[in-house]
Design a protein around this ligand. Structure first.
Ligand code: NI
Length: 195
């Protein structure tokens, strides 16, 4: 295998290239890089985790997202990791963490590994707070949704995430982001009286 720091660097380049086909602001390379940053921050405070697995799972967590790419069985992530000479066991642990992240497929289920829990928290943190608000409306624009439809997404999903964080670090970071969204929604309601 290539040296771990080189694999991580190559993964950053790989996702930049991969997501150049996804110009919208909701699921772009910048989102992946923020998730990677969140994941490193959380991992630094979690005693028992494999930071290499966390880094690669964060960087590749959307590389086979079915909303963005038409791949099966983590084909992009597998091809990248194989190309980098990552051994089979490590690759399976990275893929298991990636597959545990998705909100819709894992509703109410905690990822089984520490690495999966960390990357899930990192991804969920990027869905809330100021960046979560920005991404929600970017996603709405990409899909032709009205502002009120995007607002509904806060009540159906985003306001629930604070209480679903796995790690103490993410729970702490989620607090301020959650409060910011609540303030935003109150102000939005004030400015849009329903007659
Ligand atoms: Ni994501």
């Amino acid at each position: 295998m290539n040296r771990p720091e080189n694999v991580i660097e190559a993964a950053v380049d790989y996702v930049r290239e991969l997501f150049s086909a996804c110009p919208g602001g909701s699921h772009d390379a910048a989102h992946t890089l923020r998730v990677y940053r969140n994941a490193r921050m959380i991992a630094a405070r979690e005693p028992d985790c494999d930071t290499f697995v966390v880094a690669l799972a964060a960087l590749l967590h959307d590389a086979d997202d079915h909303k963005l790419f038409h791949t099966e069985d983590n084909a992009h992530a597998r091809a990248f990791l194989t190309d980098q000479g990552v051994d089979a066991d490590t690759m399976e642990r990275i893929l298991a963490a990636i597959n545990a992240v998705s909100f819709s497929q894992n509703r109410g289920r905690r990822p089984e590994t520490a690495e999966g829990r960390i990357v899930q928290d990192a991804d969920r943190l990027d869905a809330i707070g100021a960046v979560g608000i920005a991404r929600t409306f970017a996603f709405g624009g990409e899909h032709g949704r009205s502002l009120d439809d995007s607002i509904r997404h806060f009540y159906e999903k985003l306001l629930l995430l604070r209480d679903e964080m796995n790690t103490p670090t993410a729970r702490e970071l989620a607090e301020a982001r959650h409060a910011y969204m609540v303030g935003f929604l109150a102000e939005y309601a004030r400015e849009t009286p329903s007659s």
